[in-house]
Write a protein that binds this ligand. Structure first.
Ligand SMILES: [Zn+2]
Length: 236
């Protein structure tokens, strides 16, 4: 009996070191980029795409509002919907790494964790002639291997400081109210342009697209300007 308890204890300690601590370190201890670091700015970021239904319409709305945003894409979807990523780049948006697929990184072995960050970045580089320098782990959850590979490759970790539950169907007015309630100078706002991810409700990005004009108005009425994550790398 004593041996089993010892084994459980060792497994628990290893799990904390490999999975729990890196996520705590990244999110709670803020050892990731969570603000722009540039005065009077806000960064609008979108995770989980590209999506053939929502992302093109989101790009239309961003163009109408003259907003340059950052898309943390999944490299396999980027290769499936190449023309959408090419349009993002043509229209001046920033494309960075969210993973190859939307897996839960803390449960991945080191090689799979490496594929999610460095592997996905290389896939995007090979397909689109971009050099992503920033990794936002899926659900903001890392493990020890992903922290190691991100650091070794010279990439940066980025999370957010404004999240409003837009993956659930929420009226645009309510999304805007929540964003305005949390908005600060240098905020990084995370939203989602896909409803394919586990936990997302079908149609939720519709509300995000409809909220863009009011988000634009709320940010600019405070004297803040939109920047992309790539614009902030030298400063924060
Ligand atoms: Zn995600």
């Amino acid at each position: 009996m004593g041996w089993w308890l010892l084994v459980i204890f060792i497994v628990l300690i290893l799990w904390i070191i490999y999975s729990a601590w890196p996520t705590f370190w990244t999110r709670v201890c803020k050892h990731s980029m969570q603000t722009t670091g540039l005065p009077d700015t806000v960064s609008l970021t979108f995770d989980d795409g590209p999506n053939p239904v929502y992302t093109p319409r989101l790009l239309d709305e961003l163009k109408a509002q003259d907003i340059k945003a950052t898309f943390f894409v999944l490299s396999e979807r980027a290769q499936e919907y190449r023309e959408i990523v090419e349009r993002m780049l043509e229209e001046g948006h920033d494309v960075q790494v969210h993973g190859s697929r939307h897996w839960f990184v803390p449960l991945l072995h080191p090689f799979a964790a490496r594929m999610q960050c460095v592997g996905a970045a290389r896939a995007l580089q090979a397909s689109f002639c971009v050099t992503p320098h920033v990794y936002r782990p899926t659900w903001g959850a890392a493990n020890l291997a992903s922290l190691f590979f991100v650091r070794r490759s010279g990439m940066r970790l980025c999370t957010w400081n404004v999240m409003v539950g837009d993956w659930r169907n929420t009226e645009p007015e309510e999304l805007v109210r929540r964003i305005v309630g949390k908005l600060e100078n240098q905020s990084i706002i995370v939203l989602h342009d896909s409803d394919h991810t586990f936990g997302a409700e079908t149609g939720a990005p519709e509300n995000v697209i409809r909220a863009i004009p009011a988000i634009s108005e709320a940010v600019r009425s405070r004297g803040l300007r939109f920047v992309r994550i790539c614009d902030c790398l030298g400063e924060s």
